[in-house]
Each structure stands twice: as C-alpha cells, then as structure tokens.
Design a protein around this ligand. Sequence first.
Ligand code: GDP
Ligand code: MG
Length: 347
Amino acid sequence: MAWNLFGNKKTENEQSDTNDPSETDSPASSQSPPKAEPTSKRKGFFGRFKQALAKTYEVLNTDIRDLVKEGRLVDDDFLKELFAALVKTDMGSGPATKIREDIKTNYRGRRVFMADLVETAKSTIRQLMDQPERPIEYAENGPTVIMVCGVNGAGKTTSIAKLTNMFIQDGKKVVLGAGDTFRAAAVEQLTVWADRLGAEIVTGKQGGDPASVSYQAVEAAKNSGADICIVDTAGRLQTQSNLMDQLTKIRNVMQKVIPDAPHECLLVLDATAGQNAISQARGFSDAAGCTGIVLAKLDGTAKGGVAIPIRQEFNLPVKYIGLGEQPDDLALFNVDTFVDALFDAEE
Ligand code: GDP
Ligand code: MG
C-alpha cells in the first residue's frame, strides 16, 4: 500500500508519528523493505494531503502572506483582516477567533511575520482538533460491521468502495450490503464496485426493505467467515425522522446477527459543502450513533478548514479523508499532517 491507512501497526522500534522523518520500519523484520521506502511513503502521505488541500492552502497562504508582507504591526485592523482570511477556509468563526486571540496574546503591539503567524495558527489548530489517528476499530471476533450514512451525494458509495479496496489490499474478505434500496442507481453503483474490487455483495429489490438487506449482508458475512461487512444506507427519505427510524431499524437487525454490531458507524460528509457539511452532520450525529467521520471530496475545495469545526463540534474523530474518485483516493486522517499541509509549502 502506498501510504498508511490502518494507523501505526506499531512494533517496539516504531514511533507513533507518521510524519517523523526519523521513523523507520522495524529493523527486526527480515522482510524490511529497502531503506528508501519509508521516506517515499512519508512523502507520499504528506504529498496526498498537500494535493488535496492545495486550494485551501492557496487561499489561506496567499491572503495571509499579503497581510504580513515584510512584517506587520499587530493592531485591531490587522486582527480583523486576519480573521477574514481564516474564515474563508470554512474553519468557522470559533476556530478563527481562537487563532486571532492567540496571535493577539503572543504578538500584540509587535511586528509579526509570516513564520510567526503560521507557527501560532498551527499550534492552535492542533490543540483544537486534538485527536490521534483513528483507524477502523475491529470487532474482537467475527466480522467487523461498518454502517455508512450521510446525505445523498456526500460520497457514501464511493467511500465504501475506497474502504473495500483498503481492506482487500490488506488481504481481508469483504461483504457489502446495498442498503440504499431507495435509488436503483445506488445499488448498481455499489454492485459495479463490488465486482471490480472483488467483494461479495448482497442486494435486495429496488424499494425493498433496507433492514432486510442489511440483515442478510451481516448474516452472509458471518456465515462465510468474512472479515468485514460494510452496509450502505439511504441519504434521504420523505422526512428526517423516517430516515433516522430506518437507520435505527438497520442497526437493530444487525444486532440480531451480531450483538455488538455495528462496530463502526461512519458519517460521510462532503467537504465541498463547507459549513453546510456541519448542518448535515448535525442531522445525523445524535440519531445515527456515529463513531467517526469520513470527510469526502477534500480535493478540489478551498473549504478544507471545515475539518476543524467538524472535529470540534461533534466530538467525533475524522477517521478518513477522501482525496478523489478512485478507490485508492483515501487517507487516514492525521492532524499533524493536515496542519502541515494547510500551511507548509511542498517539501
Ligand atoms: P452517495 O450518494 O453519498 O453515495 O455519493 P457517491 O459516492 O455516489 O458520490 C457522489 C459523487 O461524488 C460521485 O460523483 C463521486 O465520484 C464523487 N466523490 C465521492 N467522493 C469523492 C472524493 O473524495 N473526491 C472527489 N473529487 N469526488 C468524490
Ligand atoms: Mg450512494
């Protein structure tokens, strides 16, 4: 695999920071890859974040650099302009206020330079997001059941394809459940991915009961000794309460097969929706019992700052980010790498 998707499968010789240039693979392993590989892996990982956040980086850094050209006195005017530049990334007024206040505390009445601003902003964002990498948490026994929810078009089915690809690359057997029976195209789309990636898929009739498809998918995974079962769900029903009832029903039938299922309930959010992604999250976070977020479509948006309030407001970890439409366009979310990619130029 080109970069870290499962978190640090730590050995005693490994360190936890994927960004740490001193990190090496365990010398204890006779299967150790050639020495150059950890570096290229690291570059690949940072490079992917960098690429995905290119537009956000551009907006943020162009504006801020313009503000502090040759140093700038930290006064009220400056702080106001800084705030305006920060909120353009859709980080929201809470985080932008915190960064502004930290700059004020650190530099009020002094001249500030780009490097100073970046250092403070990075450290504030790291504090605000404060989360370790959070890969998928596996069931202790039997298949790990992952339920995926989110509004139509957020990127659920594509993210399921990416997760499936990640698991299959890791040698795991995957069963998919086409629980979005509401839209015929959704079932077809997931079926195409399953065939392409080599996963089993359980489908029902269009308009059929998603809970019954989910039940059958979990049962098939259990009976066939699969490692992973991922269930797609509808993004929109007649009303929000219909949708939430359906998600609850899906969850309940899964538990008839595996009592502690689903082991993960991932909420897929569309990063291009910026602050609207936050209202989407609000609609799901209570009722659906989510365990983490996949932030899709981070590539191609200048609103990548939205990862910050999402993490803050919902107290849910951002687990993975979507970086494109291909099955390998997925990365495990890492706060340090995210923050570096927001502010540092390409290495
Ligand atoms: P769903 O309705 O939630 O299942 O959403 P889909 O998975 O069908 O995705 C909706 C659209 O967004 C499709 O055209 C996908 O190719 C696209 N998409 C999904 N994830 C990403 C991503 O990470 N990056 C980009 N650029 N496009 C994505
Ligand atoms: Mg879909």
